[in-house]
Write a protein that binds this ligand. Structure first.
Ligand code: ADP
Length: 429
């Protein structure tokens, strides 16, 4: 690799002095030669300095660099050039092209001024300064690009947060507005049920059953909407009481019995470990976790498939540590692609085909509002636990299956606060 020899101080300062005296004569010629577009003001920003000023600054800074060996001004000029032109769409290549043109113009001016024999040593000095300038422009350009990208990222983040807030507000308002009429419908349905208790007319009976199941489903959706907006706003409260986890799993399974039967699925609950005591948790909220996870296994497993529910106790590494219970819900369904395994816990994830949404809650691949896993995660997190899925991938033909896991701390005393604040004391999965 060849390097440009650094010219001696006397030659450099001579060239520097010469450059300084030539500024006003040469700069206008340069501008005419490179035909730079005049800078435009980008809305909301300060007006960029006119290009003559920037070039004059570069020129003067080169003179200082040569004369006294100080490069600060050169760096400032490089920055000014980038700041004035990058927002106007100048690429790094075109800025360096301008510098190359300036260099060749100056080359000619020096050869004319110093004569062919003396020009070479002057040009070596100039070359050194131009290399420095090129490097500073490149660095300033990269820094400016990074800053602009960061600004853009901040803007996008702010817009997304705003969107998320308005989505969350909408969910909360819609859920509360729907709750009142639903309570009325449920009340009238109960009255009808009582009035027609002895009615043997098949059509009226099945209309009543349909009314009950429709209102029940709507109730669950509203409950999920309220839970998800509480989770979003960090106000989900837990009502801790002694809880027998096995019973909750059983109740959730019983509530889905009809769907499991209709879909010809085999569901087994393995005996929960004998060393799992009853512990303090919020059973109503945990019911929702089981309900959503088992409901999903039913929904995403083809007819005739299997679902297994089991649990194990995870002892802490130290005596003072907290024990956890791990619940495992495994199915032989369509599975979850690796790239989706984190994202399915976001609200509305996977809600892409609204047409599927009228299908039953547990119909194979029947769409849902995309809130179930977000609610399950919010509840498990609030308990100080963790939830995740393992699956070899999504394959609707070969059905590799999914295994959902969630961990809960085994509190033998009610935790101090009503919110689950204890963080996991064990390693990430
Ligand atoms: P929904 O079922 O209403 O779409 P969820 O939040 O319950 O919303 O689930 C989000 C997504 O996660 C689903 O759309 C589905 O793609 C995927 N998923 C959840 N559970 C399973 C499962 N057991 N097997 C395969 N995919 C699942």
């Amino acid at each position: 690799m060849t390097t440009t020899p650094r010219p001696d101080v006397a030659t450099r300062s001579h060239l520097g002095r010469w450059l300084r005296t030539q500024t006003s004569a040469i700069v206008p010629d340069w501008i005419a030669a490179v035909r730079i577009r005049p800078p435009v003001r980008v809305q909301g920003t300060e007006a960029p300095p006119p290009i003559e000023n920037v070039l004059r600054d570069i020129y003067a800074a080169m003179a200082i660099a040569l004369e006294v060996g100080r490069y600060d001004e050169l760096e400032q000029s490089a920055k000014a050039l980038v700041e004035a032109h990058r927002p106007m769409g100048y690429s790094l290549g075109s800025l360096l092209g301008i510098v190359a043109l300036l260099k060749s113009n100056l080359w000619l001016a020096i050869t004319a001024a110093f004569g062919a024999e003396n020009a070479l040593s002057q040009l070596q000095g100039l070359d050194f300064v131009f290399s420095h300038l090129t490097m500073k422009i490149s660095l300033a350009y990269l820094a400016e690009t990074e800053r602009a990208m960061q600004d853009e990222l901040e803007q996008t983040k702010w817009r997304l947060e705003k969107l998320d807030r308005s989505k969350s507000d909408f969910i909360s308002i819609a859920a509360h507005e729907l709750k009142t009429p639903l309570t009325l419908i449920q009340g009238y349905a109960d009255i009808l049920n009582l009035e027609l208790a002895k009615d043997t007319n098949e059509r009226r009976r099945s209309a009543l059953v349909g009314l009950a199941s429709g209102t029940h489903r709507l109730g669950i959706i509203i409950q999920d909407m309220i839970a998800v907006s509480m989770i979003d706003n960090d106000v989900l409260t837990l009502h801790y009481q002694l809880t027998v986890l096995h019973h909750i799993a059983q109740i959730a399974v019983n509530d889905l019995e009809m769907s499991i039967y209709d879909r010809r699925l085999t569901l087994s609950i393995q005996p929960f470990p004998s060393d799992l005591p009853s512990f303090y948790a919020d059973p109503q909220r945990l019911y929702l976790v089981f309900n959503h996870l088992i409901g999903n296994s039913v929904k995403y497993t083809p007819d005739g498939g299997g679902i297994t529910i089991s649990a194990q106790v995870i002892k802490p590494d130290t005596e003072q540590g907290t024990s956890f219970v791990e619940v495992i819900i495994a199915d032989t369904g369509i599975g979850v692609a690796p790239e989706d395994q984190d994202r399915i816990f976001d609200k509305f994830y996977g809600v892409t085909e609204p047409l599927r949404h009228s299908s039953g809650r547990t119909k194979f691949k029947g769409g849902g509002p995309g809130l179930g896993l977000a609610v399950a995660k919010g509840i498990v997190d609030a308990h100080g636990g963790k939830i995740w899925v393992d699956s070899p991938g999504r394959d609707e033909k070969n059905c590799p299956g999914s295994t959902f896991h969630f961990l809960l701390p085994i509190h033998k005393q009610p935790p101090d606060a009503s919110r689950g604040e204890e963080r996991l004391g064990i390693k990430d999965k």
